[in-house]
Design a protein around this ligand. Structure first.
Ligand code: BTN
Length: 234
């Protein structure tokens, strides 16, 4: 079961640093504030103290599964959590952002440590508008659950919902790979049909494929993107 043992520190550099290959599968690390929170592609992840759910989970995916898919698995679990607690429809911007009302409210970072994957999830819960970074480097406007529906939530309750969702999505993925999650994933595909830019090349995102790659139609043909950044037109 994901969530035990749990290491909690009031403040730390990054919860990603609190877990290592010696920890059992399902171990988690949480904090109220990160002084050097890590985002994807070497970026920072910044939050005002005591406003976000910040959690890392240690997983040992079976060899027959493709570990990079875990970003999508966690993004789906986080989107479902957002839907559970807000009753609004959330979307997934491939490969790792969770969107609500066109704002990024959560990000996922998967890092390899030995034979384990440390999956970090940052979910903006109680930030007021002025507590959010002005604009993310990716030009996606940030938001929090509070800026969307005005409610202040108990972060422990949101964490508990999130851990349950991650546990279920991970078990499904272990058993059947992305296939078992594909309908839920495809139904929340934020980029589908949007004008996007991949490595400088413009195109139109078609869909997340069943193997987790993003299909993009460009002037020079259909691209199947495995990693990196996809920018979209507003
Ligand atoms: C991104 O969108 O670039 C990924 C952000 C991931 C942030 C979370 S917060 C918990 C964990 N600890 C970190 O330092 N990063 C992840």
């Amino acid at each position: 079961m994901i969530g035990s043992p749990r290491r909690h520190e009031a403040e730390c550099e990054s919860t990603q640093l609190l877990l290592g290959p010696e920890d059992p599968e399902g171990a988690i690390a949480t904090t109220d504030h990160q002084t050097a929170g890590r985002g994807r592609l070497g970026r920072q992840w910044i939050e005002a103290p005591g406003t976000a759910v910040l959690v890392s989970v240690l997983l040992r995916p079976p060899p027959e599964r493709s570990a990079p898919e875990l970003s999508l698995v966690a993004a789906l679990a986080t989107a479902l959590t957002v839907e559970d607690v807000t009753k609004l429809s959330a979307e997934i911007k491939w490969p790792n952002d969770v969107m609500l009302n066109r704002r990024k409210i959560a990000g996922i970072l998967a890092e390899l440590k030995g034979d384990a994957v440390v999956l970090g999830i940052g979910l903006n819960v109680n930030q007021a508008r002025e507590q959010l970074p002005p604009e993310l480097e990716t030009k996606i406007a940030p938001g929090s659950l509070r800026t969307i529906d005005g409610r202040v939530r108990d972060r422990e309750e949101v964490l508990e919902t999130l851990l349950g969702r991650v546990d279920r999505a991970y078990q499904d993925w272990r058993a059947d790979g992305l296939e078992g999650l594909y309908d839920d994933l495809g139904a929340r595909d934020f980029l589908r049909g949007r004008r996007v830019t991949v490595d400088g090349a413009p195109g139109t995102a078609d869909r997340i494929e069943r193997d987790g790659r993003l299909a993009v139609e460009t002037a020079s043909g259909r691209l199947l993107v495995t990693s990196g950044e996809v920018l979209f037109d507003r």
